[in-house]
Ligand binder design. Structure first.
Ligand SMILES: Nc1nc2c(ncn2[C@@H]2O[C@H](COP(=O)(O)OP(=O)(O)O)[C@@H](O)[C@H]2O)c(=O)[nH]1
Ligand SMILES: [Mg+2]
Length: 448
């Protein structure tokens, strides 16, 4: 963002449109002077004050409540004023209009309040991400995860590990400085043991079956299979509405149709796709290509296949082997008589998709698939690919350090620790290890 932090910024903090109350938020050096612009005396910080804002002709503009916060004790770390006005389009426009034409004021860019909070040390990147997730949260699990991240679920362990790595690094640096002296064996063992502990902790955090990312983005479940198997019927059954066209005409579904649902508290993005078959139709062929892309990136594929047709199990087996994702096989049309199959009982289940009660059966099967994900790590701390990459990079560095010989160049080992610490620092935005090292060295005595 290239615009100036010196400006006082303002924005409507509530959704646009008509509402009982709307909140206009103002942050920056001139925020607490805003009441004067409306012919009102300044408010006392942290005290709610009811006033009548006036326009430039002294006519009452609205009956509002003002709430001020003096820097640095505010959400952005700057002076902040909130105007709680009536949620009328005209009132909001008129108040924003006065602010817009005042010298030193300008409308906030997207995310700029949070950006200022970040710049002023009010929150780190993980808390800002948590806040963004909280605002977007649609399910209880998403809300819990977002609040946890906002309050340090991720930044606490990251900070702790980073400090631990820096502490070990400080020892290594001291060893480099006193290279002439004999390497203290006890210290070497201690560093190695602590490094092993760190690696184990990172491995545990990484071994979360991506549950945090799944909670955040939704589990991607793709319905796939041959044409006319009942894929769209299954989609509608789970969605509880006719989201996709069901027809006995082959090749009816040609594009990917997506609905969002919540299963076992987990948000699910359910996608219906075009059935597989050879086709001369360009649009359908593109649909099949899209289906394949969806399948390859899915968290779970529901393969629907007509179970009343001989040879269905073999076809299903062959198809599943090409999937890069976990899958469940659903043999449909069991009402027409399921053809016995040489498949593991747990490997599939049969269903009459035209019966609404089948939905519960399939939801139960999905639940048993989702439940273990949830158990693996009750409170995943990784919620984004960005975090995962950083954890993995730190782990690789620490593991690499363990392969290096202490008889060789200790500076090489130290470099691994340095890089591991910066990888973790990228998560919270604290990349500089030197500052941490200075702090740690200040507590060292010579020879330690
Ligand atoms: N008898 C019976 N018919 C089904 C079942 N599932 C789907 N159908 C019918 O099969 C035809 C194709 O279904 P559709 O969902 O459009 O299949 P898709 O091509 O895989 O999306 C439709 O006429 C459905 O009513 C089932 O379990 N039993
Ligand atoms: Mg279909």
């Amino acid at each position: 963002m290239s615009f100036s932090n010196a400006d006082t910024i303002f924005a409507l903090a509530t959704p646009p449109g008509v509402s009982a109350i709307a909140v206009i938020r103002i942050s920056g050096v001139s925020a607490l002077r805003v009441p004067h612009l409306f012919g009102v005396e300044a408010s006392v910080p942290r005290t709610a004050k009811r006033v009548f804002l006036k326009d430039d002709r002294g006519i009452i503009l609205d009956d509002v409540m003002l709430l001020g916060f003096a820097a640095p004790a505010s959400a952005t770390g700057e002076d902040v004023l909130e105007i709680h006005c009536h949620g009328s389009v005209a009132v909001i426009e008129d108040i924003l209009g006065v602010l817009a034409k005042t010298e030193g004021f300008r409308p906030a860019e997207a995310g700029e309040f949070t950006r200022r909070a970040l710049d002023n040390g009010k929150m780190d990147i993980t808390a800002a991400e948590g806040l963004a997730d909280l605002i977007e949260a649609e399910t209880t699990l998403q809300r819990r995860q977002a609040s946890a991240q906002m309050t340090g679920q991720l930044s606490r362990p990251v900070g702790f590990w980073r400090e631990e790595i820096a502490r070990l690094l400080a020892h290594l640096e001291a060893l480099i400085d006193f290279a002439d002296e004999e390497l203290p064996e006890a210290l070497r063992q201690e560093i190695e043991a602590d490094t092993a502990k760190l690696c184990a902790a990172l491995e545990t955090a990484l071994d979360d079956q991506r549950f945090g990312e799944i909670i955040r983005n939704g589990l991607s479940v793709v319905i796939a299979g041959p044409v006319n198997a009942g894929k769209s019927t299954l989609m509608n059954l789970l969605a509880g509405r006719n989201a996709a066209i069901v027809s006995d005409t082959e090749g009816t579904t040609r594009d990917v149709i997506e609905v969002r649902l919540t299963l076992s508290g987990i948000p699910v993005r359910l996608a219906d796709t075009a059935g597989f078959r050879e086709t001369a139709d360009n649009i359908e062929a593109e649909g099949i290509l899209r289906a394949q892309t969806e399948i390859n990136t899915a968290d779970l594929v529901l393969l629907v296949i007509d179970g009343s047709q001989p040879g269905w199990a073999e076809t299903a087996d062959k198809m599943c082997q090409e999937f890069g994702s976990p899958y469940l096989i659903i043999a449909s049309k069991s009402d027409k008589g399921l053809v016995a199959a040489d498949l593991d009982e747990d490997g599939y289940f049969s269903a009459d998709l035209t019966q609404s009660k089948t939905a519960q059966k399939i939801e139960a099967a999905l639940h048993s698939y989702l439940a273990p994900l949830n158990q693996a790590n009750q409170t995943p701390i990784i919620t984004r690919a960005r975090h995962r990459d950083a954890f993995a990079a730190a782990l690789v560095r620490l593991q690499h350090s363990q392969t290096l010989s202490w008889e060789g160049d200790i500076a090489l080992i130290a470099e691994d620790y340095r890089r591991a610490a910066s990888a973790l620092g990228r998560i919270t935005g604290h990349i500089d290890v030197e500052e941490l090292l200075d702090h740690i060295f200040s507590r060292f005595c010579i020879g330690k």
